[in-house]
Write a protein that binds this ligand. Structure first.
Ligand code: WTA
Length: 654
């Protein structure tokens, strides 16, 4: 094997394959010929089929790299598509959301008619505060029903929103509000998380000190505890809406041009200030509705649960806009998976007979750590399809998910996409695609994905490189808000007219894609670039390991040496024997070169609020703690440092 430092070595082989069952294939929304459809024909048809237009579009798209526009000349409204048209079509009594609060006895069933009334009343309240087409609105809430209501009310009026995840600090909120120059802030008194109250309004008070453009703050009552209210600025939502009509005729849906701004969503780079990712109206809505229909195989009577937080793009695209546009019944759960105990998720699935579940690998691994016994106490036979998103999924976690939640029979769709892409771009189509644990498989129809080397040449099968997308797609970002230079630099400077994803990937002989994590998660060991995920997968494959995070540290001999942070299953104990077993296990699975120089046992891994492992922090700790060059058993100092730094990091997370 020749050693090429510019190549990402893809060492691990995963050979299991799961072709679709004939029964699933026969009833699937996607049929194999979907891959033969032409780019323009496909998106023209989706544009006409999935969305109702106030004025039809007359041109499918324009592509002037790095900017694309879609469905030009059309006019539509997102709230109309997600709510009103379903009521007008006689489906007002259909459930839009089953909502389940974190406190176990709080539940609400919200039909499309209920949703319409709530949205109209909320929008009428916002109108009283002067909100109209183009008014920028910030939203900082937990997963209570008023969060989707507030977002839909904004879209009804044509007011762009930015939702800030309820776990972010006041400073992070202020940074986003200032960048957007938001005029209105919608929040709630407090939220619920792990049985504790989260002081959302108090955080907003601190944020508003730093955000001079906010003139009104609307406060939804959730816990009902008293909070500070500043006269002339803050108003409770119920007081604002008192006496206002919920008749849709009093608040018609604003006709929006296809390319009008729908929302900004800020995403962290690993270092610099967050980027305001711009999404516009028509292309985004068509893109998320189309992918939701085919990838999740949604049926008219489906009960679909995307267990993300609406504060992230997954929640925007696949809790709210895609599913509601398709008139799908969804589940929204406010809290953490283990409140009041580890059975909560499975109870919810059983109660509502959820047939489609979409979550992140990190959550699956958390359930793995707790053990399968909680799921096994519940009737999960309603589940027909499982999905994952957010990071590469270890084959073992994929298998566990299919076995434990899917009872060994459901397809698992590993969906790759980003805040920037707006919609899923690489994914199996259930009923069509042969699944491979750990692979996101094929580009969605019309998506032109490839793996490039540094020179911009496609690499041969099996070899790692940079993932790129060569043609535009309807839901793609329209830029970074107020920063065209950074947009150009981040995504379009590496290769000409080609979208640079920032993820490593390889394509196998069958044309299936294997994502290898962010480029900056790639280690360089003796001039081999090895993806952290491959080593993590090998570790998690060992029966004692629940979760693992791997990073590189400087090493005078090998360039970098591999440091692994490992969380064991409750059934296993750290020991010196286990250490060498794990090293051997990785050597056997991948090769000696990938065996960690250091293994640190830790009861938990530091994670961002969206569940991504804080790799920069791990790398930092690995670098400056001088772990030495032999395997070290749990170093209490390191574990303690991990914990305290994770807490500090969370506070300043931007
Ligand atoms: C990673 C989340 C592997 C990837 C929708 C991407 C994935 C980043 C997958 C975007 C997947 C997301 N397999 N990696 N199925 N899905 N990623 O913006 O590194 O929060 O670039 O969007 O998550 O994260 P973001």
């Amino acid at each position: 094997m020749t050693v090429d430092a510019n190549r990402i070595d893809a060492l691990q082989e995963e050979n299991r394959k799961f072709p679709p069952s004939p029964e699933f294939a026969a009833q699937a929304n996607a049929k194999p010929d979907i891959y033969n459809r032409g780019f323009e024909e496909f998106w023209e048809a989706q544009g006409r089929e999935r969305v109702s237009w106030f004025r039809p579009f007359d041109k499918l798209y324009e592509w002037e790299p790095p900017y694309s526009k879609w469905y030009l000349g059309g006019q539509l409204n997102v709230c109309y598509n997600c709510v009103d048209r379903h009521v007008e079509a006689g489906r007002g009594d259909k459930v839009a959301f089953y909502w389940e609060g974190e406190p176990a006895d709080e539940r609400r069933t919200i039909t499309f008619s209920d949703l319409q009334r709530e949205v109209v009343r909320f929008a009428n309240g916002l109108k009283k505060l002067g909100v109209k087409k183009g008014t920028p609105v910030g939203i900082y809430m937990g997963m209570c029903p008023e969060l989707p209501v507030a977002m839909l009310a904004c879209t009804r009026l044509g007011a762009p929103h930015t939702v800030v995840f309820g776990g972010f600090s006041a400073q992070a909120v202020a940074g986003r509000l200032n960048d957007m120059e938001a005029e209105i802030l919608i929040t709630q008194d407090e939220g619920w998380r792990k049985g504790n109250k989260v002081p959302l309004k108090a955080n907003c008070d601190d944020a508003m000190e730093l955000s001079p453009t906010i003139r009104s703050c609307v406060v939804v009552r959730r816990t009902g505890d008293p909070v500070n209210m500043t006269d002339g600025r803050d108003i409770y939502a119920d007081e604002l809406q008192a006496g206002l009509s919920d008749d849709p005729a009093t608040c018609p849906c604003e006709p929006m041009d296809s390319e009008d701004l729908l929302y900004l969503l800020y995403t962290s780079g690993t270092t610099a200030k967050p980027k305001g990712i711009v999404h516009t109206t028509a292309g985004y809505l068509v893109g998320v509705a189309t992918t939701h229909h085919y990838i999740f195989d949604v049926k008219p009577d489906s009960v679909y649960w995307c267990a993300a937080d609406i504060g992230w793009v997954t929640g925007h695209s696949y809790i709210l806009y895609g599913p509601l546009c398709n008139g799908t019944t969804g589940v929204i759960y406010e809290g953490v998976p283990n409140h009041p105990n580890e059975e909560r998720w499975w109870e919810i699935i059983e109660r509502y007979k959820v047939d489609i579940l979409y979550t992140a690998p990190t959550t699956i691994r958390t359930h793995m750590k707790w053990g399968p016994q909680y799921a096994q106490k519940h009737d999960l036979s309603s589940l027909r399809l499982l999905g994952t998103v957010g990071e590469p999924i270890n084959p073992e976690a994929w298998m566990w998910y299919r076995q434990t939640a899917g009872l060994g029979k459901t397809p698992v769709v590993d969906t790759w996409w980003q805040t920037e892409t707006g919609m899923i771009l690489i994914t199996p189509l259930p009923g069509v695609t042969t699944l491979k644990p750990g692979s996101a498989t094929k580009p969605f129809p019309t998506i032109d994905a490839a793996v490039y080397d540094e020179q911009g040449q496609e690499v041969p099968p099996g070899q790692g490189g940079n993932l790129v997308i060569r043609k535009p797609w309807p839901a793609m970002l329209r830029g970074i808000y107020k920063d065209p230079e950074r947009y150009q630099q981040t995504y379009w400077a590496r290769y000409k007219d080609t979208y640079f994803v920032g993820d490593g990937a390889r394509k196998d002989e069958d044309g299936d894609f294997w994502l290898m994590g962010r480029i900056d998660d790639v280690m360089n060991i003796s001039a081999h670039r090895i993806s952290t995920i491959e080593v993590e997968s090998a570790l998690v494959d060992h029966p004692a390991v629940a979760e693992a995070a791997v990073t590189g540290r400087q090493d005078p001999q090998t360039g970098q040496a591999i440091v692994a942070y490992v969380t064991l299953k409750a059934t296993h104990q750290a020991s010196v024997e286990l250490l060498s077993e794990l090293r051997n296990h990785v050597s056997n699975k991948i090769g000696k070169i990938a065996a960690p120089a250091n293994i640190v046992f830790t009861p938990e891994l530091p994670k961002t609020r969206s569940g991504k492992i804080m790799r920069r922090l791990l790398r930092d700790v690995a670098e400056h703690r001088a772990l030495g060059d032999t395997t070290t058993l749990a170093d209490p100092g390191v574990v303690e440092e991990l914990r305290s730094r994770a807490v500090a990091e969370e506070g300043k997370e931007q």
